[in-house]
Design a protein around this ligand. Structure first.
Ligand code: TXE
Length: 481
């Protein structure tokens, strides 16, 4: 069986204690590879490698850093098909999604930051003819990057690329549930000639490897994407050590559909924003609010289209939903469907585990599920389910829907469907969210600030925001007279 290895000091090595964790294929429910069950010893080795590399990497000309990163980006593109297959097997997502979204975006992350760093400049503040201030920005040091399982290589590289472009060296941990493409990336980094120690990847559990990274005194900065509870735990450890923190956490995003929307576009995109990646994207719009005049029409057509979505083997080109990521996650999602029933909801589509045939009989499949008849403030409508489950709720006024939309502890993204320009701007400015998509969803320009408010996180990724995060500003003031 294939054994994944840690990538430390430029080499692929076994975990110090020699222990491994089973890695499951969610499509079949079978173990298909082994992941290092690393511990503090491995994190320590990675930190030492990063500390040794840092004095050189941090002063390596940005053109040279850029050149190596462009090579990594090219190699990801060159290996797109193999990486897409690996991502689909490891995560359960449809191959079509891995091929068109996950892997191309991973290549773009490297490409984007390889070129962004060349244009990154700093501020200067003149005090008339008395003095000039200028801001130096130097890499912070060793960055700890911890990423989740839903968009494995996409989110892993979204952290690593700006970190190494900035001149930081990295100790990174991908999710233990989806480690494969991070492992394949380490092979590509070696091929691209990334100097040893610049990027170190330590595989293993969050409570061991993740916690050791978070608590390590030589790691002054943590970039994390994952669950809100884990984010709070990381913040508790990091705060007394005054570490820089970027936390991208959960979401429970509203998808608000006004009667004056472009109906066809709203339905088509809502299928995506509800069920892409089996609903396991923190940006999915899981609470659909529909203005009363079109509620019944929307519901009818939406149900028809959702029932036609094929749940199947992720490797089949026509599967629109694959498997959810793990058995325990499937059980969690199904338990929310039960909760919705207890809370008085009516399941109008799906609501059950899908049993496939043959080798897929033990896979983790859930039918895309639509629930209506729930109060906006019940648990089903307040807690992050992170699966193929959406609720439908009618509304009458803007005030009312704003109240519903902002009622959760989260504030990551919001989606709006209306052809009324002034309403669109008015609502966008009033919604309490880090990102608002109007008449679209997941349309991403990598230059824009990305992140949430409230329990959805702290800080912003994307564009120069990320380069700010991985560098420390120092103001220098020169008196002129
Ligand atoms: O995330 P975790 P899980 C949400 C979603 C999901 C829930 C839990 O609701 O059901 O979070 O998912 C590492 N110190 N999202 O359990 O545990 C862990 O190993 C340091 C939303 O997978 O937060 C992994 O690498 N690190 C989200 C990473 O943290 C720790 C995407 C994320 O895992 C750690 C995924 C610790 N104590 C889940 N414990 C989004 N916003 O996109 C775990 N980790």
């Amino acid at each position: 069986m294939q054994k994944i290895k840690n990538y430390i000091n430029g080499e692929l090595i076994e975990p110090a204690a020699g222990h491994y964790i089973d890695n499951y294929n969610p499509a079949t429910g079978k173990v298909y590879s082994l992941i290092p069950d690393s511990d503090e010893q491995d994190v320590e080795k990675a930190v030492q490698a990063a500390l040794t590399a840092f004095p050189i990497w941090s002063v390596t000309p940005k053109e040279e850093r850029s050149r190596i990163m462009l090579k990594i980006s090219d190699l990801i593109e060159k290996n797109l098909e193999g990486l897409a297959i690996a991502e689909s097997i490891d995560n359960g997502k449809p191959i079509s999604l891995a091929r068109t979204v996950d892997i191309p975006r991973a290549a773009s992350n490297f490409h984007f930051y390889a070129t962004a760093i060349l244009h990154y400049a700093s501020e200067s503040h003149a005090m008339e003819d008395m003095a000039i201030n200028y801001t130096l920005r130097t890499p912070v040091g060793i960055a700890g990057c911890i990423s989740p399982w839903n968009l494995p290589l996409y989110l892993f590289t979204w952290k690593i690329a700006p970190a190494i472009a900035s001149g930081c060296c990295v100790v990174a941990k991908p999710s233990e549930i989806t480690p494969m493409t991070a492992y394949l990336l380490s092979e590509l980094c070696i091929e691209a000639g990334l100097p040893k120690g610049v990027l170190n990847i330590v595989h293993g559990y969050g409570h061991k490897v993740g916690a050791a990274i978070t608590a390590h005194p030589k790691i002054p900065l943590i970039s994390f994407t994952g669950g809100t509870k884990t984010g709070a735990e990381i913040a508790r450890t990091a705060a007394p050590m005054f570490k820089k923190l970027s936390l991208e956490l959960g979401g429970k995003n509203p998808n608000i559909i006004f009667a004056d929307c472009d109906f066809e576009k709203a339905i088509k995109t809502t299928l995506q924003s509800s069920f892409a990646n089996q609903g396991q994207i923190c940006l999915c719009g899981s609470r659909i609010f529909i203005e009363k005049p079109i509620y019944e029409k929307f519901k009818k057509e939406f149900i028809e289209k959702v029932k036609a979505l094929k749940v199947g083997n992720p490797a089949d080109a026509d599967s629109r939903l694959g498997a959810v990521v793990s058995k325990s996650h499937m059980e969690k999602v199904l338990s929310y469907i039960d909760l919705a029933k207890q809370e008085g909801g009516t399941i109008v589509s799906g609501g059950f585990q899908v049993k496939l045939e043959g080798e897929f009989a033990e896979g983790y499949y859930i039918a895309p599920t639509i629930i209506e008849g729930l109060a906006y403030n019940c648990r089903t409508n307040q807690e992050e389910i992170f699966g193929p489950v959406v609720t439908l709720t009618p509304f009458e006024t803007e005030e009312e829907v704003l109240h519903y939309a902002d009622s959760t502890q989260y504030g990551l993204a919001a989606i709006l469907w209306t052809e009324n320009l002034t309403r669109a701007h008015r609502m966008a400015s009033r919604l309490h969210a880090g990102i608002v998509w109007i008449n679209c969803w997941l349309l991403r320009d990598l230059r824009t600030p990305f992140g949430g408010v409230k329990s959805s996180g702290v800080g912003r990724e994307g564009g120069f925001e990320a380069l700010h995060f991985f560098t420390e500003p120092k103001n220098v003031c020169i008196k002129l007279k």
